[in-house]
Design a protein around this ligand. Structure first.
Ligand SMILES: O=C(CO)COP(=O)(O)O
Length: 468
């Protein structure tokens, strides 16, 4: 994507580094508040780091640490998602969660966990006996001791949401620079000058939302970082669509201090997933899939829901959480530098993003950031790819189905290849349409897809990594 240097020497109120879910939500918030925003992403497409793989749950924050910044951001983000999802065309599958205690030790932790939920403002929770738990989810395996239901834990589409946030920012004047890495920069007391691989740009405020590289961007731009990213890998198994009928709720174990544990739940796309693991590693780029770990994950899934034993697995994937040595988010406004670090946004980032963005906007008030909010912002609608919504294949004039497993139409692919947020890679196209993500994993539609995308992707299909 060679770009004319002049297009990049723009001057912005705010430069957001990183187009993961957090960067997209921040770009939207500042744009709606009247700022001229540039979003800078080093990858060819957005959502290419931590945001490319997660469990796609809109969490209430019932189990988050009371009083933590993370907890407040989840509550505010959750509330805003409910407020705006219809306006942006985003799905919300009101599954509810069922927390299940499987051991005596876990059962002993339930009263404190229920109290924690209430302290976090999630009050609609009551303890359930083993029989009551099982009555709500009859497919559960042997050994259920007790549980409780969290009615307002929901399933969402992890990719449409950030796409919609950024699309709204772009539709209201923001600028997106992809394939653009920040290599350095300095603040002269009034403005930042950022050096990037696509040329320099200036901005009044810099917001570091670089996810897995958040500490490195801090070191590069302000000379130090107050935290160190410690990537935490999560491996998942995706079961084929018939498995989705086996569980109504999001099935959660009793969480540990480190992780919510192995979740079993449906997805917005009509599959069922089991995961994630929580494995700390040094590598920030590669989330390797390990056969032995996946076998153990599968076995655990079958203990939770024995009927999974007869189900087909469609795919496996792994993501990296940008965890740090701290449990809480590391969000800091750096006085005198017009710079905000939004770091260590671990796995709850999808739920908290809109709230985190509001928090960051409030922090910037101390930099004198005051603009006039947009009076009548544009509300673009994303194309619905949730299995629970009306899909394009059901509508006339769609050009026919290209990917039969996920029933992705030619019109959906064309839409994803055009507009201000056109896909730049196969991975980006998958995240926008689900193409090749069904049971044949692209075996039958890749040739047609290669023809359709020829010359239209920055990263052509043959070179594309097979990631999601
Ligand atoms: O599934 C998850 C969040 O939705 C993973 O959470 P943890 O990072 O706590 O394991």
């Amino acid at each position: 994507m060679p770009a004319a240097p002049s297009a990049l020497q723009g001057s912005f109120d705010v430069a957001v580094i990183g187009a993961g879910v957090i960067g997209c939500a921040i770009a939207r918030r500042f744009t709606l508040e009247g700022a001229r925003v540039a979003v800078i992403e080093k990858a060819p497409d957005i959502l290419d780091g931590a945001s490319k793989g997660n469990s796609a749950i809109l969490h209430t924050g019932f189990d988050a640490p009371p009083g933590a910044l993370e907890t407040a951001c989840i509550a505010e983000g959750y509330a805003e998602y409910l407020e705006i999802h219809d306006k942006l065309g985003l799905p919300l599958i009101r599954a509810g969660a069922l927390v299940v205690a499987w051991t005596e030790e876990e059962e002993a932790l339930l009263p404190a966990l229920i109290q924690q939920a209430r302290d976090n403002g999630v009050a609609d929770i009551a303890p359930l006996s083993a029989a009551e738990t099982r009555a709500l989810e009859p497919g559960l395996g042997a050994g259920v001791r007790a549980g409780f239901r969290v009615p307002r834990e929901y399933l969402i589409d992890p990719w449409s949401a950030p796409h919609a946030y950024l699309l709204q920012a772009l539709a209201n004047g923001a600028t997106l620079l992809r394939g653009c890495e920040v290599t350095g920069g300095g603040f002269d007391g009034a403005m930042w000058r950022l050096e990037t691989t696509r040329g320099p740009l200036s901005a009044g405020i810099v917001i570091n939302a670089a996810g897995l590289y958040g500490d490195r961007i801090d070191a590069r731009l302000i000379g130090h970082s107050d935290f160190t990213i410690r990537p935490r890998k999560g491996q998942f198994i995706v079961y084929d669509k018939p498995a989705a009928a086996l569980a109504t709720h999001i099935l959660l174990p009793v969480p540990s201090k480190i992780t919510k544990g192995i979740v079993v739940c449906r997805t917005a796309f009509g599959n069922l997933i089991v995961g994630p693991t929580a494995e700390d590693q040094d590598d920030r780029e590669t989330a390797a899939l390990v056969p032995e770990t996946l076998a153990a994950l599968r076995a655990r899934g079958e203990e939770i829901l024995p009927a999974l034993a007869g189900q087909d697995v469609t795919a496996i994937y792994a993501g990296l959480r940008p965890a740090s040595e701290f449990k809480d988010y590391q969000i800091r406004a750096h006085a005198g530098l017009n710079y905000v670090t939004v770091g260590a946004i671990r796995s709850t980032g999808l739920s908290s993003a809109l709230g985190t963005a509001r928090h960051v906007h409030r922090l910037c008030a101390e930099f004198g950031h005051q603009r006039t909010p947009l009076g009548a912002p544009v509300w673009p609608q994303v194309t619905g790819i949730s299995e629970y919504a009306r899909r394009d294949w059901q509508c006339p004039g769609n050009g026919g189905i290209v990917c039969h497993c996920e029933r992705v139409t030619r019109r959906e692919i064309e839409a994803a290849l055009s507009g201000p947020l056109a896909a730049q890679s196969l991975a980006g196209l998958k995240r926008r349409t689900r193409v090749t993500m069904g049971r044949c994993q692209g075996f039958y539609c890749s040739a047609a897809l290669a023809a359709l995308t020829k010359g239209r992707l920055t990263q052509p299909m043959a070179e594309a990594e097979d990631d999601r």
